[in-house]
Every structure is written in structure tokens, then in C-alpha cells.
Design a binder for this molecule. Structure first.
Ligand code: ATP
Length: 892
């Protein structure tokens, strides 16, 4: 609440608003305790200062992922945070360790898949954005991995001491630790349609991912558990005004893990199946899905069971709703049959199941009229008799015995049993009671069948329980079922209170730590009113059932008297019997509830609070009032308050030291555990913690801080171990590798050398071939060239020779010509010379002859000498004439 001290004019505040619960505005004026606010809607409101809350002016745009991080922790702040996250499709928000899940009523892409699971694996709660996977991971690691870290820690220390072999003592300590794993539970709550079943499926999927076993032909436990959902939904879910696929039973899935943290078995326990729905349905709701799908089964099936239009069956036609949008019942029938097969229900068993379902519809159509005897009854008409006969056939029982079970009651007194006939109204009640018990037994049988098929592990080392149970219910007429459901929720709320608030505060006192008491809403008085022994409502109901003459009004009267002053008990003014309880199987329910709470009390709980943002089941609608109501009822507001005010995390010294001794290993030598814990806390630089007598108390988020320090140290040590191990294993691997590599290398090198040699050889051969080829080609071309050259030469030489020859011939001809010419010239010359000679000679001879003649004349005087000289001269003249003639002839 605001105080006038922290609110001034101009402050931003939240004021109550009838429509949107809280609206923001600016303070206009303050007048003593009266404050005037201008709201963001434009409206001006005057209210008491104690009724406004300060608004965080620096509220982050995307909100905060943990409510405990809000600067101002109050209802409007919480609402604003949820809304702004919801608008951004951030549907999950933490409140300390509690996960608030706002149903988006639409599929948000990529938030549930294997990649996301990989991301959340081993990550501390709060390190990533809020998610059911983080809760499941935290549950898994709390029970499994912390002991593992403990083992790792010892290993680190041993490594640091350079002792490679772990000592037997330490190892056995580790094993013991592993054996002492703490079982966990995840409690998923919220009103109908808030998304419990979806959240449980997501949690289950993550646990299957973490603890699942890969391989193998057989279906794994986790697969079987997931596959059992469609069967349970067909028989245990129905359309209600609040959810088209509302689980009308509570479910506790116990997942059993073995020593290695692998899923080794699972058990499904169901609670409080809403039996009244079998015979009573209000508009526009439906009965269980299986009835409609069987009516829509293929003709040969529905004929076999004498079924047909659901409108013809009294148990279904009380409401006008028969179909579900987007659901094909005939397909659903086949899907359910397949799902049954998957979980190991044989076809004979399936046949029996559907016979029972059909028989229930038939007995619902049996009407009763007065019998012949007073206060007796009998089937009303032929139609009723037909349905009686069919039901008996389907149940495989005697028709008369079945009729008697409706129309007669057996009262067993000491040693004898008395048969009493019943009037038509009581017979109809009996009929409905039979339908309900048969259906609920059928459901129980299905669950046990599924459990047998899944298989339990009697030797499991720890378990994680997932509780999906419907939240508080309040209808116009609330039956015993609503009473039981609400009691369960009160008990679970108490469990939650005890865990979150009560035990915590008791512990503060016990531990004598310095704290201030935090008020919280305790529901113990309601529980006392209902279940206190003696004197509680259930005890009085048991008592009333012992008296045969008890009626609703006598019981109601008794309650009115007993609890008239009880502040939790009110009698409606105009009613005398408005507490109508049919005391059926009440004690069984109490035992079941007790057993459930017993199981839960041995586990470390984790909470998922589902919130339904609107009643129209549509996306993007955030109804403030509605949500606030759910947050208040679910104790979320209280949890936020307490988480921030108190010390939500506490650890016994030994556990704390064991877990964090890695931060300062020397503390293990100290005998004073409180001092050792303080040293560790200081080492981690934690402020505002408390150290009690036996435990350390931490504020919200501090555990994460100290865990982060521890992770750092562990991480560093792990790196050292890794390095050493890697070095060692690397060396080992290397030596082995080298040893194996050398012969391989030799072979390889040989092979390489051989192939290289071969290549070389081939190269050489290749070169030689190339060379020879080239040589061959060159030679060939050379020869060709030569022959060509020769030819050419020949030709040229021939030509030259011919030319020379011709030339010679020419020369010879020229010489011949020349010689002829010269001959001719010589001849001419000769002729000329001869002629000249002749001339000369003739001149000479003439000259000589004349002189001779003179002489001859002179000798003529000597006649004979002269005559002879004359004859001589004549001869010589003759010869010279002949020679001249010869030469002329030759020249011719
Ligand atoms: N995380 C989610 N993402 C998308 N849709 C969701 C989510 N959670 C719930 N829904 C929607 O809301 C519907 C109701 O959810 P669910 O059946 O889980 O509610 P419930 O709390 O188990 O209700 P009941 O108590 O009636 O069985 C679902 O059929 C689905 O359409």
C-alpha cells in the first residue's frame, strides 16, 4: 500500500478500477488522506491514499521475467508485468521458483521443440527466459545432477592433488550420495482451461528428453506415458464451458529414474474422476468424449452396440451440445482405438471397453414406473425393456439381476441380508449410481492397464512426480464432487502454503534468525472445518451415513447446528438442504488424497501456476479482474510477497558446505559449520543472508548468485581436468596412433614410392615414346623434306644443269659460231693476208720474176736456164692458182 510519504503531486500511481481492476494515472492533488488522480483513461478519481499504489516510472518495456525483480511489488505491478509479457507472447514468468503460465490460447511458434530443450539443458533456473523446461530441468538436476557434481568435485580435488586414481572410500561416498537422491514433484495447478494439461505435457516431454533412452525396438517408458494421453483424454475429458477438452480427473504421473538418471518406469495415478458427468450434463457441456465417438463409430460397430444418434440417449441429450468444432468423432474413434493398441490394450479388451461404454448409454435410457407392489418399480415401457435387455447383453449379465440392481436394495445387517424394493425415483438414482460406478471402474481399469503396459521400476532410485489436478470449482449447484475437488485444492494449497510460507516462517523461528513475521493467508481453518476428526464435515457425513434414516435435510441441519458460529461456514438464507452430499466413495477419496499428499511430502516441490487470461478461450484477451482472482486464489500474490520479504532458499550447513566448499576448500577443515558457511557466503560476496542454527537462509535470487560463483569455479576446475585429461588421452591416443601409424606410413610410403616410381617409369617411357615418336615424325618429315629438297635440288640442278648445258651449248654454239666467225674472219684475214701475201708474193714474185726475168732475159740469153725457170715459174703460178681456187671453194 502507498504511504503519503512516497506519493506526491505528479507521482504516477495505480488506482482501483471496476472494469480493468487497476488503472494508472497521475496524482493531481493530495488533501490529507484524500488523493485526486487523473487516470490514463481520462477519468478523474478521488480516493483514499491507502488505496493507491505507486507506479514504477522506469518499468522495463518488456517487463521482468521474475516478479521478485519488480521495483514495486504489488498487485497492479504484477498484473502490468504479466500483461506486457503476454502481449509479447512471453507467456511464462517466474515468481521466485514458481512458474506462472498464462494460457495464450494459440500456438506460439518455436517454443517447444528439441532445440529449445537443448538450450535449457543444465542451465540454472533464471538464466534463460522462464519456461516449463527450466522447471523440469531444475527438478531433474536437483534429484540427479547435484550428486553428480559432488562426484565431479571429488574428482577435481583428487586431480588437483595429482592423485589420478580415486580412492575407494570417496567413490563409495559418491555412490551413497547418488543413492540418496531427493525425489521431486512438479505441481501444476490452475482453473479449468488454464493450460495445466498442456504444461504437464511439456514438462513430461522435457523429462523424457533428459531421462529418455535412445535406441531399442521396444517403445520406451516415456513414449508409452506420452502415448497414454489420448486414451485417458477419450475417457476422462469432456467439453465444459471453460474448456473444450477439459480433463475431468486429477492426474499424478510418477516418473521413476534409475541410478543413471534414465527413466526406468512410470506410474499414472488418477484422482477424482467427475462421475456425475456420466449421467448429468448441463447445457452447453458434453459428457465424456468416448460416448460421442462410439455413437459416431462405423455403422457395423454402432449396430453391434445398438447405438446411433447421441440425441436418443438420456445421458447425452440433457445438453444440446453434441459436436465439437473441428473434431470429427468418427476419426476420433479410430484414433482412440489406435492409441489403445499402442498402450497394449488388445482388441478383445477394446471390445469389452466399448461394450461397457455402450451399456452405460443404454441403462441411461431405462425409465421406471411404479411396480405392482407398494414402493416398488419396474421398467417403464417396451423401450426401457429393450434398453435393459441390450444393457444386460452388453454387460453379459442376467437381465433380471440387472433390473433388480436398479429396483431393489439389499440391506445387510448382522448375519442377514434383507431385500427391499425401491420406488421409481430411487431406482433411477440406483441406475445412475451404477452407471457412475461402472464408468469410474472402467476408467480405473484403463489406468491400471496403462500402468501395466508402461511398467514400474520397483528399484527406482528417485522419482519426479507431475501433478495435474483441476483447480477450485464453483458452480450454481455444487455437488459432492466439487466438494472433493475443492478439498483437494485446499489440501494442495496448504501443501503450497506449508512449503512456501508456513514451514519457512516456522523454520526462521526455529533457526533463530533475524526476521520479521510475514503474514499470510492460512487455510488450516477451512481444512479443520472439513476434515477434522471428530467434528469435521466429513466425520459428520460418515456418522450420518451410519443412520438409515438420515436424509439430506437431517445432515444439513446437523451441519447448520454444528458450524453455526464457524466463520467459514454459511447457511444460505432461503434453503434448508443446500448442502446436498451423496456420500459415495468419500472415504476412498480421502485415502487417495492422503496418499497423494504423503507422496508429495517426501518430494521437493516445484510449482507451475497456470492462469487463464479470459473466459472466451480466445488469444490476445487479457482480462485483468479474472487473472487477479486466479493469482490471489492460487497464492501467487502471497508467494511473491513472501519470496521478497523472506528467505526463500535455505540449506542445512552440511549440505551448503558440501555444495559450495569448492569456493573455499579450506572451510572443510573447520569444525564450526556456521562459521564455515559464513566464510563461503562472504567468498561469494553475498549480502543480506542469515545464518541460523543449522541452516543458511538466502534471499530470493541469492542461491543463483552463489551457484553462479560455484559454476565459475567448477567450470575453471573442469577446464583443468579437461586439459589434463585431454593431454593424457591425447598423448595416449597419439602414442597409439604413432605406433599404428608407422607401419601404415611405411606401407603408404612404399606404396607412394612405388607409385611415384611407376609414374616416373611411365613418364620416362612416355618421354621415350614421345621422343621416338617425335623422332619418327621428324625423321619422316625430314625424309620427306629431304626427298622434297632432293627433288627440288634435282629439279634445280637439272634446271641449272640444263641451263648450264644450254649455256654450254650456247657457248659451244657461240664458240662454234665464234670459231666459224673467227675461222671466217681468219679465213678472210687469211684470204686477205694470202691475198696480200699473194699480192706481196706476186709483187715480190713479180718483182722477183721480173728481176728473174731480167736475169732470165739476161740468162735468156742463157735459154735453157731461162726456160727451166720459166717452166718452174709456171708450175708455181699454177699451184698458187689452184690453191686460191681451193680456198675460194672452201669459203664457199
Ligand atoms: N502453452 C499453450 N500453448 C498454446 N495453447 C495452449 C497452451 N496451454 C493451453 N493451451 C490451450 O488451452 C486449452 C486448454 O488447456 P488445458 O486442457 O491444458 O487446460 P487444463 O488446465 O488442463 O484444463 P482442465 O482442467 O479443464 O483439464 C488447450 O486445449 C489449448 O488449446
Amino acid at each position: 500500500m502507498a504511504t503519503s510519504a512516497n506519493i506526491i503531486v505528479g507521482s504516477q500511481v495505480w488506482v482501483e478500477d471496476p472494469e480493468v481492476a487497476w488503472i494508472d494515472g497521475d496524482v493531481l492533488s493530495i488533501n490529507d488522506r484524500e488523493i485526486k488522480v487523473k487516470c490514463s483513461s481520462g477519468k478523474e478519481v478521488v480516493t483514499n491514499v491507502s488505496r493507491v499504489y505507486p507506479k514504477d516510472p522506469e518499468f522495463p518495456e518488456c517487463g521482468v521475467d521474475d516478479m521478485t525483480k519488480l521495483a514495486y511489488l504489488h498487485e497492479p505491478g504484477v498484473l502490468q508485468n504479466l500483461k506486457c509479457r503476454f502481449d509479447m507472447d512471453e507467456i511464462y514468468t517466474y515468481t521466485g521458483n514458481i512458474l506462472i503460465a498464462v494460457n495464450p490460447f494459440k500456438r506460439i511458434p518455436n517454443i517447444y521443440n528439441r532445440d529449445v530443450m537443448d538450450r535449457y539443458k543444465g542451465v540454472d533456473l533464471g538464466d534463460l527466459s522462464p519456461h516449463p523446461y527450466a522447471i523440469a530441468d531444475s527438478a531433474y538436476r536437483h534429484s540427479f545432477l547435484f550428486p553428480f557434481f559432488f562426484m565431479l568435485l571429488i574428482l577435481i580435488i583428487e586431480f588437483q592433488r595429482n592423485i589420478i586414481c580415486m580412492r575407494i572410500k570417496d567413490f563409495s561416498e559418491c555412490r551413497q550420495m547418488v543413492h540418496e537422491r531427493i525425489s521431486q514433484s512438479i505441481l501444476v495447478s490452475g482453473e479449468s482451461g488454464a493450460g495445466k494439461t498442456e504444461s504437464t505435457k511439456n514438462l513430461m516431454q522435457y523429462l523424457a528428453y533428459m531421462g529418455g533412452r535412445s535406441g531399442g525396438d521396444e517403445r520406451s517408458v516415456e513414449q508409452k506415458v506420452l502415448e497414454s494421453n489420448p486414451v485417458l483424454e477419450a475417457f476422462g475429458n469432456a467439453k465444459t464451458v471453460r474448456n473444450n477438452n477439459s480433463s475431468r480427473f486429477g492426474k499424478f504421473v510418477e516418473i521413476q529414474f534409475n541410478e543413471q538418471g534414465k527413466i526406468s518406469g512410470a506410474a499414472i495415478k488418477t484422482y477424482l474422476l467427475e462421475r456425475s458427468r456420466v449421467c448429468q450434463v448441463s447445457d452447453p457441456e458434453r459428457s465424456y468424449h468416448c460416448f460421442y465417438m462410439l455413437c459416431a463409430a462405423p455403422p457395423e460397430v454402432s449396430e453391434k452396440y445398438k447405438l446411433g444418434n447421441p440425441r436418443t440417449f438420456h445421458y447425452l441429450n440433457q445438453s444440446n451440445c453434441y459436436e465439437l468444432a473441428g473434431v470429427d468423432e468418427s476419426k476420433e474413434y479410430l484414433t482412440t482405438k489406435q492409441a489403445m493398441e499402442v498402450v497394449g490394450i488388445s482388441s478383445d479388451e477394446q471390445e469389452a471397453i466399448f461394450r461397457v461404454v455402450a451399456a452405460i448409454l443404454h441403462i441411461g435410457n431405462i425409465g421406471f414406473s411404479r411396480g405392482n407392489e407398494p414402493d416398488s418399480s419396474q421398467p417403464k415401457d417396451d423401450k426401457s425393456r429393450f434398453h435393459l435387455k441390450t444393457a444386460a447383453e452388453l454387460f453379459m449379465c442376467d437381465e433380471t439381476a440387472l433390473q433388480d440392481s436398479f429396483c431393489k436394495r439389499v440391506i445387510v445387517t448382522r448375519g442377514e441380508s434383507i431385500r427391499k424394493t425401491l420406488d421409481p425415483n430411487s431406482a433411477a438414482l440406483n441406475r445412475d449410481a451404477l452407471a457412475k460406478i461402472v464408468y469410474s471402474r472402467l476408467f480405473d481399469w484403463l489406468v491400471s492397464k496403462i500402468n501395466n503396459s508402461i511398467g514400474q521400476d520397483a528399484n527406482s532410485k528417485f522419482l519426479i512426480g507431475l501433478l495435474d489436478i483441476y483447480g477450485f470449482e464453483s458452480f450454481k449447484t455444487n455437488s459432492f464432487e466439487q466438494f472433493c475437488i475443492n478439498l483437494t485444492n485446499e489440501k494442495l494449497q496448504q501443501h503450497f502454503n506449508q512449503h512456501v510460507f508456513k514451514m519457512e516462517q516456522e523454520e526462521y523461528t526455529k533457526e533463530e534468525i533475524d526476521w520479521s513475521y510475514i503474514e499470510f493467508v492460512d487455510n488450516q481453518d477451512i481444512l479443520d472445518l472439513i476434515e477434522k476428526k471428530p467434528g469435521g464435515i466429513i466425520a459428520l457425513l460418515d456418522e450420518a451415513c451410519m443412520f438409515p434414516r438420515s436424509t439430506h435435510s437431517t445432515f444439513a441441519e446437523k451441519l447448520y447446528q454444528t458450524f453455526k458460529d464457524h466463520k467459514r461456514f454459511n447457511k444460505p438464507k432461503l434453503s434448508k438442504t443446500d448442502f446436498t452430499i451423496c456420500h459415495y466413495a468419500g472415504s476412498k477419496f480421502k485415502q487417495q488424497l492422503q496418499a497423494l499428499l504423503e507422496t508429495l511430502s517426501h518430494t521437493e516441490p516445484h510449482y507451475v501456476r497456470c492462469v487463464k487470461p479470459n473466459n472466451v478461450l480466445k488469444p490476445a484477451i487479457f482480462e485483468n479482474q479474472n487473472i487477479l482472482q486466479q493469482l490471489r486464489c492460487g497464492g501467487v500474490m502471497e508467494a511473491i510477497r513472501i519470496s521478497c520479504a523472506g528467505f526463500p532458499t535455505r540449506k542445512p550447513f552440511a549440505e551448503f558446505i558440501e555444495r559450495f566448499k569448492v569456493l573455499a576448500p579450506e572451510v572443510t577443515k573447520l569444525s564450526d559449520e556456521a562459521k564455515a558457511s559464513r566464510i563461503l557466503l562472504e567468498k561469494a560476496n553475498i549480502k543480506g543472508y542469515q545464518v541460523g542454527k543449522t541452516k543458511v537462509f538466502l534471499r530470493a535470487g541469492q542461491m543463483a548468485e552463489i551457484d553462479a560463483r560455484r559454476s565459475e569455479v567448477l567450470g575453471r576446475s573442469a577446464v583443468v581436468i579437461q586439459a589434463k585429461f585431454l593431454a593424457y588421452s591425447g598423448l595416449k591416443k597419439f602414442t597409439l596412433l604413432r605406433r599404428s601409424v608407422i607401419p601404415i606410413q611405411a606401407v603408404c610410403r612404399g606404396e607412394v614410392a612405388r607409385s611415384r616410381f611407376e609414374r616416373r617409369r611411365r613418364e620416362v617411357a612416355c618421354l621415350r615414346i614421345q621422343k621416338n615418336a617425335r623422332m619418327h615424325y621428324k625423321r619422316k618429315s625430314y625424309k620427306h623434306l629431304c626427298s622434297m629438297a632432293l627433288e627440288l635440288q634435282n629439279a634445280i640442278r637439272g634446271m641449272a644443269a640444263r641451263k648450264a648445258f644450254y649455256c654450254r651449248k650456247q657457248i659451244r654454239a657461240a664458240v662454234a659460231i665464234q670459231s666459224r666467225c673467227r675461222q671466217f674472219l681468219a679465213y678472210l684475214h687469211y684470204l686477205r693476208v694470202r691475198k696480200a701475201a699473194i699480192v706481196a708474193q706476186s709483187i715480190f714474185r713479180g718483182d722477183w720474176a721480173r728481176r728473174e726475168l731480167i736475169k732470165l732475159k739476161k740468162a735468156a740469153k742463157d735459154t735453157s736456164a731461162l726456160q727451166h725457170a720459166k717452166a718452174q715459174l709456171e708450175r708455181e703460178v699454177k699451184e698458187a692458182a689452184m690453191r686460191l681456187q681451193e680456198e675460194e671453194r672452201m669459203r664457199m
